[in-house]
Ligand binder design. Structure first.
Ligand SMILES: NC(=O)c1ccc[n+]([C@@H]2O[C@H](COP(=O)([O-])OP(=O)(O)OC[C@H]3O[C@@H](n4cnc5c(N)ncnc54)[C@H](O)[C@@H]3O)[C@@H](O)[C@H]2O)c1
Length: 248
C-alpha cells in the first residue's frame, strides 16, 4: 500500500483520527500537509511525523470558512507541487439533547464544520485534481452517517449528508480518475470523545458487538487503503469500520 511520491492534505490532523491518519500516510511515504484550526496541536503532529523521518508541513485552516479553505489549498498545492490525496476529517460532535431542546446554535455549528466544511474542502480539492488529472479523497463520515446516534440530531444529519455528498462526488468525477469514498467509524477512543462522561462512553463500548471501542490506528489503516491504488476500483463506497455496530 505504499504511498511514496504522493502528496496529501489531512484536515483536523491535530488530534485523534486525523493525527493518526496523517502519521500513517507519512509512514507510507506521502508528503503531508497537516491542517487544523488548532495550531499548536497541528504543529505537534508535524513534529511526530518528522521524528520518524516523514515529510510534513502545517497549515492552519477553519474548514467552515470559505476563505480559509481557499487559502489552505492554494498554499498546499504550492508547497506540495500538486495534490494526489485528501482526507476531509475535521469534525465536531455535540452534547446529546432531545431535538426539541437542541439550541439552534448547536445545529448551525455542527452542520457548518461537519457538512459545509467537507463540501468546501471537497470543492477545493476537486478543482486541483481535475486540473492535474487524478486524485483520491476520503471523507470522514461516522456510524451516525448510516444509522441513528441517540439524541445527536445535528451530528446524525451532518454525517448522513457527508455520506450522500461522497456518493454524489464519486459519480460526478468517476471518469476523471478521481475516486471519492467515505469511512464510517463506530466509536473510536480519541480525545474527541474523551470529554463525554464515563457512563456514556461505556454505553457506547457496550453497544459495539466486538465489545470495545475502535482505535485511531484501525481507522487510519482503512483511510490509507481507500486512498491507495490497492483500492483502485473503489469509488462512492462508505466503508464501515465499526466492530459490527451497523449490523447489530
Ligand atoms: N472518535 C469517534 O468515535 C468518531 C466516530 C466516528 C466519526 N468520527 C469523526 O472522525 C473525525 C475526527 O474525530 P476525532 O474523534 O479524531 O476528533 P478530535 O476532536 O480528536 O479531532 C478533531 C480535530 O478537528 C479539529 N477541528 C475542529 N473543528 C475544526 C474546524 N472548524 N476546522 C479545522 N479543524 C477543526 C480539532 O481541532 C481537532 O484537532 C470527525 O469528523 C468525527 O466526527 C469520530
Amino acid at each position: 500500500m505504499r504511498l511514496a511520491d504522493k502528496s496529501a492534505v489531512v484536515t483536523g490532523a491535530g488530534s485523534g483520527i486525523g493525527r493518526t491518519a496523517a502519521q500513517r500516510l507519512a509512514a507510507e511515504g506521502a508528503a503531508v500537509v497537516v491542517s487544523d484550526i488548532a495550531e499548536e496541536d497541528g504543529l505537534r503532529t508535524v513534529e511526530a511525523i518528522r521524528a520518524i523521518g516523514g515529510t510534513a508541513e502545517f497549515l492552519a485552516c477553519d474548514v467552515s470558512d470559505e476563505q480559509s479553505v481557499t487559502r489552505l489549498f492554494d498554499d498546499a498545492r504550492r508547497i506540495l507541487g500538486g495534490l494526489d490525496l485528501a482526507v476531509n476529517n475535521a469534525g465536531i460532535g455535540h452534547t446529546p439533547a432531545r431535538l426539541h431542546e437542541m439550541p439552534v446554535e448547536t445545529w448551525d455549528q455542527v452542520l457548518s464544520v461537519d457538512l459545509r466544511g467537507t463540501f468546501l474542502c471537497l470543492r477545493a480539492e476537486l478543482k486541483i485534481m481535475t486540473e492535474i488529472g487524478h486524485g483520491s479523497i476520503v471523507n470522514m463520515a461516522s456510524n451516525a452517517g448510516v444509522k441513528n446516534a441517540p439524541q445527536m440530531a445535528a451530528y446524525t444529519a451532518a454525517k448522513h449528508g457527508v455520506v450522500g455528498l461522497t456518493k454524489n462526488a464519486a459519480l460526478q468525477y468517476a471518469r476523471d480518475d478521481i475516486r471519492v469514498n467515505s469511512v464510517c467509524p463506530g466509536t473510536v477512543a480519541t480525545p474527541g470523545i474523551a470529554g463525554f462522561p464515563d457512563d456514556i462512553r461505556q454505553t457506547w463500548a457496550d453497544l459495539i458487538p466486538m465489545g470495545r471501542l475502535g482505535t485511531p490506528e484501525e481507522i487510519a489503516a482503512s483511510i490509507a487503503f481507500l486512498l491507495s491504488d490497492d483500492a483502485g476500483f473503489i469509488t462512492g463506497t462508505n466503508l464501515l469500520v465499526d466492530g459490527g455496530l451497523m449490523y447489530d
